[in-house]
Design a protein around this ligand. Structure first.
Ligand SMILES: Cc1cc2nc3c(=O)[nH]c(=O)nc-3n(C[C@H](O)[C@H](O)[C@H](O)COP(=O)(O)OP(=O)(O)OC[C@H]3O[C@@H](n4cnc5c(N)ncnc54)[C@H](O)[C@@H]3O)c2cc1C
Length: 469
């Protein structure tokens, strides 16, 4: 009897563990482990759990059509999993366990412990790779991990070029269809914006197809404008694995061949490359999974502790309209446009000088697409503590960003309705009297002073560093 262990890969398409279990011979059953203590420790958001619950129910229905039952195993934390999964397997006479590998540290430890325990129970464990387009480690000419994105990306593209038949199809039925399964429930889940992100694998594939046909060409010119639907909005599907990144690559290559362009030059593939680069870094540098900065010297950066500023940022009441619009988009939808993730993150850890880990946790607690490697990478990039991060002296001016990326104020008007009556000149930085009349807060900081403060902190850090070395 084969058991497929579903995790961040809630799909039938390009699911090597499921595919090979079905090919292996013998009956197939499936499990999803419910670990609420772990989810809490990892700041998984209630909305993301809601999305996941809906995705699991869709998956359970589709697996049942293929004669495969999907059961929930309630385990608490990862520590309890080996024994509980062992007991689960023994009760069902499981001889083979199949799963797709995860990258972050806790998940690697979990998998190592489960494999060691199950092997001691004579169960054969089969690990597959599915979350990365190119799963093998990649080193530079010195045999060391890359630390800069562009040379890594060049090397990665060359490896990717060699890949042939790298996806697997949805498996055929393993047995006669099973009855419609009962609804599965995940503890800690809440409602989420199912109107914006229906949690079905078919939706993910349709969105991918739609983006490649209709959105790809304008991606470069529109991807930075939050008021436009310029990006794919596929991140919730990729984060919970309703969509395979390898399927994305395969469909990019297919479009390129049909339309006569070079898939290697695709700007959208480069963004999938960032997703992959942050996973690569996490595998190569385990400290990234342990709440530590990539650049060791930035551990000594002196952060401000200011609950009033932190709360203003979290609630979208900083008095900087585009920053507030971004934070309110997150609260309303569970998603935030990439340009605004960069702006709000830079605002928190540069201008408010609040530790990036506060922002990292808050994003995870609210994002529908919360993805540990990408979120950690994005925060460390913004705080200049990360690998190939934004330089320490790069500080976004929130008013300039607003004038540049929301020139007419369309996005601000939608998300910050107090300012909806203002014209495109005033909306980026309303005069004090206008703010008072509209009930919109004064800026929580003076931009110039805050900029000087953070530059000074980084200069001091660099001086201490050069004195030490
Ligand atoms: C501070 C900060 C936090 C972030 N947190 C997350 C997170 O928790 N989860 C998440 O998926 N992305 C995160 N990102 C990256 C990026 O903002 C989102 O992936 C993107 O906005 C999702 O929208 P989309 O699917 O329309 O992207 P598209 O532009 O259509 O890109 C396609 C896919 O490529 C990947 N991608 C795009 N940009 C990046 C990037 N900079 N880094 C890593 N992967 C990328 C995503 O999987 C995305 O779905 C973060 C960025 C920053 C600056």
């Amino acid at each position: 009897m084969n058991l497929v262990w579903f995790r961040n890969d809630l799909r039938l398409d390009d699911h090597p563990a499921l595919y090979h279990a079905c090919q292996h011979g013998g009956a197939v059953t499936a499990v999803y482990c419910v670990t609420p203590e772990q989810w809490q420790a990892h700041d998984e958001s209630p909305a993301k759990l809601g999305f996941r619950q809906a995705a699991l129910n869709d998956l359970a229905r589709r697996l049942a059509e293929k004669g495969i039952a999907l059961e929930l195993l309630k385990a608490g934390s990862y520590q309890q999993l080996p024994e509980q999964l062992g007991a689960f397997c023994q009760q069902r006479n499981i001889t083979n366990l199949w799963f797709n590998r995860d990258i972050p540290w806790d998940e690697q430890q979990r998998d190592n412990a489960v494999v060691a325990y199950l092997q001691s129970c004579q169960i054969v464990c089969h690990e597959q790779a599915a979350d990365l387009i190119y799963p093998s480690p990649l080193n530079n000419k010195q045999g060391l991990p890359f630390k800069v994105f562009t040379p890594w990306y060049r090397a990665w593209l060359q490896c990717v070029q060699q890949l042939h038949r790298f996806t697997v199809p949805e498996p055929t039925a393993a047995a006669a269809p099973r009855p419609e399964p009962d609804a599965l429930q995940l503890p800690g889940s809440s409602d989420y914006r199912a109107d914006l992100w229906p949690a079905h694998e078919a939706e993910a594939l349709a969105r991918l197809h739609h983006f490649l046909v209709n959105g790809r060409r304008a991606y470069n010119s529109q991807r930075d404008i939050p008021s436009m639907p310029g990006t794919s909005t596929l991140s919730p599907y990729l984060a919970s694995g309703l969509l395979s990144p390898r399927r994305c690559l395969q469909m990019i290559q297919q479009s390129a061949a049909a339309e006569g362009w070079e898939w290697q030059e695709d700007a959208w593939l480069r963004e999938l490359g960032w997703r992959e680069f942050y996973r690569y870094l996490m595998a190569a540098f385990p400290r990234l999974s342990r709440n530590q900065p990539f650049k060791a010297q930035t551990r000594h950066l002196q952060w401000e502790v200011n609950p009033h500023h932190l709360q203003a940022w979290q609630q979208g009441h900083t008095g900087f309209p585009l920053v507030d619009a971004g934070m309110r988009q997150l609260a309303r939808t569970g998603w935030m446009h990439n340009r605004l993730r960069m702006l709000t993150a830079s605002f928190l850890c540069k201008l408010l000088l609040i530790d990036w880990r506060e922002g990292e946790a808050f994003f995870m607690q609210h994002l529908l697409d919360g993805d540990f490697p990408s979120n950690n990478g994005g925060w460390q990039w913004s705080a200049s503590t990360g690998c190939d991060a934004s330089p320490w002296f790069r500080i976004f001016n929130p008013t300039r960003q607003s004038e540049r990326f929301d020139p007419e104020g369309h996005f601000i008007r939608k998300l910050v309705p107090e300012l909806a009556s203002l014209d495109s000149r005033q909306i980026h930085n309303p005069p004090q009297k206008v703010r008072e009349a509209l009930g919109y807060p004064a800026p929580v900081i003076d931009y110039r002073g805050a900029r000087e403060r953070v530059l000074q902190r980084f200069r001091e850090l660099n001086e201490t560093e050069s004195n030490v070395s």
